[in-house]
Design a protein around this ligand. Sequence first.
Ligand SMILES: NC(=O)c1ccc[n+]([C@@H]2O[C@H](COP(=O)([O-])OP(=O)(O)OC[C@H]3O[C@@H](n4cnc5c(N)ncnc54)[C@H](O)[C@@H]3O)[C@@H](O)[C@H]2O)c1
Length: 453
Amino acid sequence: MGAKILQGGMKAQLLSRLDNRTACIGVVGLGYVGLPLALEFARVGFRVIGYDISEGVIAELKSGRSHIQDVAAADVAELVKSGRFEPTADEARLRDMHAILIAVPTPLAKTRDPDMTFILAAADAISRHCHPGLLIVLESTTYPGTTRELMQPKLEAAGLTVGEDVFLAFSPERVDPGNPTWNTKNTPKVVGGITAACTELAAALYATCLDTIVPVSSTETAELVKLLENTFRSVNIGLVNEMQIVCDKLGVNVWEVIDAAATKPFGFMRFMPGPGIGGHCIPLDPHYLAWKMRTLNYKTRFIDLASEINSEMPAMVVERVAHALNQQRKPVNGSHVLVLGVAYKKDVDDMRESPALDVIQLLEEQGADVAYHDPYIPSFSESGRRRESVGLTELELTRADVVVIITDHSSVDYQLVVDLSRVVVDTRNATARLSPRRNVSVAPEPAPSLAIA
Ligand SMILES: NC(=O)c1ccc[n+]([C@@H]2O[C@H](COP(=O)([O-])OP(=O)(O)OC[C@H]3O[C@@H](n4cnc5c(N)ncnc54)[C@H](O)[C@@H]3O)[C@@H](O)[C@H]2O)c1
């Protein structure tokens, strides 16, 4: 009876702290997900402590700079100066937090199994400093069961009962970098707790600064929601990539087919083919689910097939480059190839898992001399080699035997590209509205027997 009153008291105390903005909110991991989230809470009047193990990230933020493209440095500077946002690399500050959101990386190991080291390290740090009344919400994308099977035991090993002394939930992050319409604040937030009290508290926390909260019945449900969303994207991208292959073989323009299909006002959703998938989510997240299901003796066939097709796309791009060179009576070996765009998608400065890396590697394996231009990525290092973006100049465009568009950044002058290049392989249909574009290849030449008049 006494414990129940205490539990009710703790819940009420945190609800009251959230209501009057006296709760100290902690964010663990200040990257693409954690930093915008931390600032949302600071904006509505909470004191926010952002904890990150990277001294470099903390130094940047403390001096009022932003390392995340969608977060304005002025916003960071203002909130740091006002004292409402405190970036720190000092783990002991976890002790001062009333609610902690975890947004650390969840990469894949080389074997394509989940790499849980970051989540485990964050959970260990929290368990070293946790105290009764604390709410912890995991936001990192992960397999169903992580919150209950990995996080809960860490907290209970510290002598605290989840749902009574401390509260634990999962809430998937849905940030879409570069999206001008949907941001952290206006994207609905799914929340599932270990107990009903955990869900209630986590929902109350997010309701202080986000527009719409969607409570679900368990942490496993919330974890699976995220994986369904990204598996849905991966499978549909796999389908249109296969449609691209189908269209190439039939000599039909895939973009025209998609545009026409998208005029159907119901039952069709537009997805675009491309040179392969990239970013931190779509190529990785479905493998978390596939791995979990393997442990239950189930093979996720859609996930595996989509992954197989999507990962073959860079090789298809290289085939098209070889075809374009062949038409000029040139081999890939020794040819100059200019890759336009190495970010994983348009208008972002992130090249994690970018298919451009595979395209460049495959071309170089065949002896091509590859340069790149990307207004968002001035330089990058891969396999110990540093590369720098070349200017989009007349010299570079005319020097290239073939220009291959991998990422269709909005700021690139595609008319200039088409006007000056010998041949352009356009994997994004970025040149669709230009004219004339006789030197643009959006698909290999159809087999003569299939050529459409
Ligand atoms: N980037 C996206 O678009 C996106 C979208 C939805 C979901 N997610 C998911 O959100 C999670 C975070 O992704 P991200 O893109 O923000 O990653 P990120 O690499 O941009 O940032 C992660 C931060 O966590 C820090 N960190 C690592 N271990 C830590 C620890 N033990 N304690 C404190 N800080 C630690 C790192 O230094 C880094 O600054 C991942 O699970 C990812 O799959 C990402």
